[in-house]
Design a protein around this ligand. Structure first.
Ligand code: FAD
Length: 385
């Protein structure tokens, strides 16, 4: 097989890798970039792929709009209702109090993936030095060398071939699409149950079809996956209550293991790790992809700054310096987002009486202290830059 040499070699073909390549090429079309993508070349072969609903922040929408990669099918969130099953404490956040058009948007993973593939193909037309190679299996060996290597291989908790710092919460998420009797359009619900968070989020299918993310112990979640539809709906109704009427139908149930796995160092010599390849988070706060897109955007700015302005090939020392400067610039956002998500995953999973009490108080404080609520919502929507 052949041999290639690029300025930038990106491993991965998920949203973060595609976005990183697209932002680099949009700013610097001459960039010598190779993208090694493990996904099939035809979009049709991804059709049955991951349909879980992902909450993207308004900040992510603004970023994706810059490369015309915002999926056409999405549902906006105007209100989020947070509560504890059977206990005191609740908070309501609305777009009006935060002066935003929407608090967030729910999009299927596969639609984000496809929209980014389409956006990158459009950018590729004007990028003479861009090579997008689909590697069908790990035995396909092409000798690739590059000045700088970006790792965006992503992955889910417990499926990654690296484990560094983190935590196993002993939780799984059961996701699916649920039809309900009486939903209010654009309303999201996050309810903290004895076993973990249960989120019911809008979908683009219409006001009565909602995305379900139900976290629980791996045993309960595996059991729920096996239940008949009628048994499942009854159990869900029991846990969620009657705020949105009866649960009528469930489809496309899938299970994901949840945990935190993150790298303390995200650069080494000429290599850098972004997205889930750098940090894999619990979905309780809906932050994983949002953080990964911010990684990709800021890395693209640093790489373009280096390669587009260099009169000659940058030296290894300049590359290392650029990547270290990138890592430094991501420190606050990464640390805050990882820390906040880990904190939420832990306090919203504990059944210890003092924690339950503190949780109720925290939710009440959120409700009654608008500046705290606004600060938290802003962090979730835009991160720290
Ligand atoms: C149940 C659940 C709900 C979630 N909800 C939210 C949410 O609401 N909001 C949010 O922001 N995030 C959410 N997330 C997190 C989000 O899914 C991830 O953060 C996001 O998918 C990371 O994108 P990525 O491109 O880094 O990795 P991935 O999405 O894992 O993509 C990696 C890609 O790289 C390819 N690949 C792997 N190895 C190689 C290789 N060696 N060479 C080439 N290609 C390779 C894979 O085939 C894959 O396509 C959720 C996660 C889960 C599990």
């Amino acid at each position: 097989m052949g041999k290639t040499h690029s300025d930038i070699l990106i491993h991965g073909g998920g949203p973060v890798a595609l976005a990183c390549a697209a932002w680099c090429l949009q700013k610097f079309p001459e960039a010598k970039i190779t993208l090694l993508d493990r996904n099939p070349i035809n979009d049709a072969d991804l059709a049955a792929a991951d349909s879980r609903g992902i909450a993207l922040s308004h900040g992510s929408k603004i970023l994706l709009d810059t490369i015309h990669a915002w999926p056409t099918e999405c549902a906006d969130i105007h209100r989020v209702h947070v509560s504890q099953a059977g206990r005191f404490g609740r908070a309501l956040m609305t777009r009006e109090e935060l002066h935003q058009d929407a608090l967030g948007h729910i999009v299927r993973y596969r639609d984000i993936h496809l929209a980014l593939r389409k956006a990158l193909r459009a950018i590729q037309v004007n990028s003479p030095n861009f090579l997008w190679e689909h590697i069908q299996n790990s035995n396909d060996h092409v000798d690739h060398s590059a000045q700088c290597i970006v790792h965006a291989e992503g992955g889910l908790f417990k499926t990654q071939d690296w484990v560094e710092s983190g935590r196993d919460y002993g939780q799984s998420a059961l996701v699916g699409l649920v039809e309900v009797e009486n939903a209010q359009p654009h309303q999201a619900w996050e309810r903290f149950t004895a076993e973990g968070p249960l989120a019911v989020l809008p979908s683009h299918y219409g006001p009565h079809i909602l995305n379900l993310v139900w976290c629980g112990s791996p045993e309960s979640s595996a059991h729920r996956l096996q239940l008949s539809d009628a048994e499942f709906l009854a159990s869900l109704q029991n846990e969620f209550g009657s705020r949105i009427g009866r649960f009528l139908k469930i489809q496309d149930r899938r299970l994901y293991e949840l945990g935190l796995n993150y790298r303390k160092q995200i650069t080494r010599d000429n290599e850098v790790w972004i997205g889930n390849a750098a940090q894999t988070l619990h979905p309780v706060a809906g932050q994983g992809l949002n953080l990964g897109l911010r990684d990709a955007f800021l890395l693209s700015e640093k790489l373009v700054g280096l390669f587009a302005n260099a009169a000659q090939e940058p030296s290894p020392a300049q590359i290392q310096e650029t990547l270290e400067s990138y890592a430094q610039s991501r420190k606050v956002d990464r640390t805050t987002t990882i820390g906040l998500t880990d904190f939420m995953a832990r306090i919203f999973t504990s059944n210890l009486a003092p924690v339950v009490l503190a949780r109720g108080l925290a939710l009440s404080a959120l409700q009654w202290l608008p500046p705290v609520k606004t600060a938290l919502a802003r962090q979730m929507m835009f991160g720290r830059r």
